[in-house]
Design a protein around this ligand. Structure first.
Ligand code: SF4
Length: 346
């Protein structure tokens, strides 16, 4: 074995000069093995610093409506087809959502995301209008940048969110287009991609990513990264699948090294996008989570996820301090979340 840096990693340095890597090149990179993983991460880290700066973005969410979803996303505890024992409740009152926003503000957040279970809103239903009402209240009474993760949208509902002052829509494509049918049969990835395009056309920023370890292979992880590039999303939340008892999803099918490689390659395919780590950061990566910010990620979801508790804000602030990085909560860092309807996850 040679100790020289592999040719494919050296060639990928063109990304730092504005070059692009092909899907074949990305596949070779995602298959990087020890002892060269750190060479890959070093390049991804350079790309992060060059195109995104050295700050780590944080964001916080509230699950404003939980469970009872008509859809069958395999990993999701909020599908009515799964018996997980997770909380089920209708849309919370405007006062309760506002209170959650104020707590996020106290945590130092600049951005806050309202997340809803369910397929979404292509018409301005009574429930959709209640969300708009809560959104306007938060915008009027806090300085928070408001994001929504409420599922599939139409041109009409996207425009109404924009008019209300919502800054960003979170709507994940979840996985590679060729693998999506394996995780959901009740709607298509085209439905999700259409919502991303509709939101962008309405002038909303888009936070769109997905979940690793749900059964996809490395070819599909590369396909996923390029699908996000094609959609030209503003930020990319990445979740690591954590099997929730009662869901039909398989156990997590990715190792830590594979996940880090996938994050690094996602950075190299999307060098200037914000990449935020959501579910799995503190559990799957555990003691290695600081490594996420040395391999291409530049943001994280803090606080609790949708149906899984996160860790304390204080612990995350200490993590950033130990890394010598400032925490910046901006809309561009997207909600990484696990949330929302078609975007939410665990
Ligand atoms: S991911 Fe969204 S659309 Fe899918 S089951 Fe969960 S809440 Fe419903």
């Amino acid at each position: 074995m040679t100790s020289r840096i592999p040719k494919e990693i050296l060639e990928a340095y063109k990304v730092l000069d504005g070059g692009e890597i092909s899907s074949d090149e990305a596949l070779r990179l995602i298959r990087t093995e020890p002892p060269f993983n750190m060479d890959l991460y070093s390049l991804a880290n350079k790309a992060r610093c060059k195109f995104c700066g050295d700050e780590i973005g944080t964001c916080e969410i509230t699950n404003a409506k939980s469970g009872a979803c008509s859809e069958d996303c395999s990993f999701c505890a909020q599908s009515a087809r799964h018996s997980t024992g997770k909380p089920v409740y209708p849309l919370q009152s405007k006062e309760k959502i506002l209170a959650a926003a104020k707590i996020a503000r106290e945590h130092g957040a600049d951005a806050f995301c309202i997340v809803m279970s369910g397929l979404g809103y292509t018409e301005p239903t009574k429930e959709f209008l209640s969300i708009l009402d809560a959104a306007k209240e938060i915008i009027a009474r806090t300085s928070l940048e408001l994001h929504c993760s409420i599922g599939i949208l139409s041109e009409r509902t996207a425009a109404m969110l924009k008019d209300a002052g919502v800054a960003t829509i979170n709507h994940n494509i979840e996985t590679a287009p060729s693998f999506f049918r394996n995780i959901c049969s009740t709607h298509s990835i085209d439905d999700r991609m259409k919502t991303v395009r509709v939101a962008k056309s309405a002038g909303l920023k888009v936070c769109c990513g997905g979940i690793l370890g749900i059964g996809e292979n490395d070819i599909q992880r590369v396909e996923f990264a390029f699908a996000l590039k094609e959609l030209d999303v503003d930020s990319i939340p990445i979740n690591i699948h954590q099997k929730i008892a009662g869901t039909r999803a398989p156990e997590c099918g990715i190792s830590q090294a594979e996940a880090l490689n996938a994050i690094a390659v996602t950075r190299l395919v999307n060098p200037a996008r914000n990449i935020k780590i959501a579910a799995g950061r503190n559990t799957f990566f555990a003691d290695y989570q600081a490594m996420l910010f040395q391999c291409g990620a530049n943001g994280m979801l803090v606080g609790n996820y949708l149906t899984i508790n996160g860790r304390s804000i204080e612990a995350d602030k200490a993590l950033l301090q130990n890394l010598g990085k400032s925490g910046k909560t901006s809309g561009d860092h997207g909600k990484g979340t696990t949330g929302g309807n078609a975007g939410k996850r665990q």
